[in-house]
Design a protein around this ligand. Sequence first.
Ligand code: NDP
Length: 478
Amino acid sequence: MQNTFRNYINGRWETGVTTATSENPSDLASPVGDYVRGDREQAELAIRAAAEAAPSWAFTTPQRRADALDQIGSEILARKDELGELLAREEGKPLPESVGEVARAGNIFKFFAGEALRTGGEKVASVRPGVEVDITREPVGVVGIIAPWNFPFAIPAWKIAPALAYGNTVVFKPAELVPACGWALSEIISRAGLPAGAFNLVNGSGRQVGQAIVESRLVDAVTFTGSEATGAQVLKATAERGAKVQLEMGGKNPLVVLADADLDQAVECAVQGAFYSTGQRCTASSRLIVEAPVHDAFVAKMRERTRALKVGHALARDTQIGPVASRAQLEQNLAYIAIGREEGAELVTGGELIQAPTPGHYMSPALFLGQREHRIAREEIFGPVAVVIRADHYEQALALANDTPYGLCAGICTTSLKHATHFKRHVQAGMVMVNLPTAGVDYHVPFGGRKASSHGPREQGRYAAEFYTTVKTAYTCA
Ligand code: NDP
């Protein structure tokens, strides 16, 4: 057992009143370690520290911010195998995917190291003689970061890095399922030469630590990724006190397969998009909308590929699909499989518990044939469960793709330039993939959605400046 993972508040590692154990979903007999479970009081200490550090960090030189972020990114990249192993153990993502996620986190810090130097402004001609107008971007102040468990390195990285790059101070609350990953990232940040209070970590529950962040008048902006239900609460609380807010929430992402698609490529996109990361991606292709002429052939190939997927321990060499991250999520997946059957959807394969050599939350990926009105085709499950829906033609496939309250990511497999172009323009989603799995992979471009999936400015890339800065217009009479 490792040492207890502590909280980082005002430049010091702090113990707390209670501790809890972080599980390993691949092997419940070998937990990851104990962590300090912060409470509302600790969150408020961290918020006050961030508020006190805000003025000085806001006026540090861009060089200092760039150097700190570059150092953090370099260390993450240098230790990607070791950190990837920690991620695999704590979240259950297979090792190669985990290492890839950690590398992405490192690259995000490197990218924003550059952005710290590139923060600029505009000089605009005034309508009045002798007057100059400057438009500049300034930090917002204290940023509260509330992260989910499914990408425990990449999502915190794409929030923390721009927050610090643009001169904000941070209070970071990881999800309770992944405290060790949050701690490991914070430990690296704690050695990057930031002033005390500029970055704070408080592990603990959403109800205690999360709500304290959301409700505090000292927190100027809240960035949240998680479920729609929690997002709605965050939106209400921040709106009441007029704080800036950004929400990334769920998805029910469609992958359209047209009759002219390369079928093997389409099946590969569907398998990866629906089942990799155990389907625990907000961008997962949970609805596979297939044009009638290739429907049966697609389903036959999907059945074969899905059955052949190797489910196992996240650290095992041959594992393609890791365990479900928690018992609660596993129960939710199984409940939806029962709902799908009750409502008349046909289970083609999977959806069963798997006994593995180590005790963990293992299930086989489930493939259904269903209809647009089935709950499994409408509600986010957040597990390895996909439903194939037949479409008579492209127009119907597009209508089905848009028939959802969500709008995060959408994909199409086709060799038709005409349909690909039309789909890119008309699908209601923040991200669109053509002949690729639905996943927002590139770390230097905007990530986010529309409709019920997102609220507020985009994350990642240069577009992140919209949330992490506020604009000042200055008039000078020379
Ligand atoms: P939750 O909404 O349960 O939790 C997200 C975060 O919010 C956690 O840190 C949680 O803390 C915290 N939280 C819970 N309650 C409150 C509260 N009342 N006030 C403030 N914070 C609170 O989501 P999950 O972690 O279960 O993540 C899965 C969901 O996230 C899925 O719906 C998925 O679609 C979505 N998601 C969206 C992404 C996107 O970019 N669009 C990316 C990844 C996930 P704790 O867990 O510690 O209690």
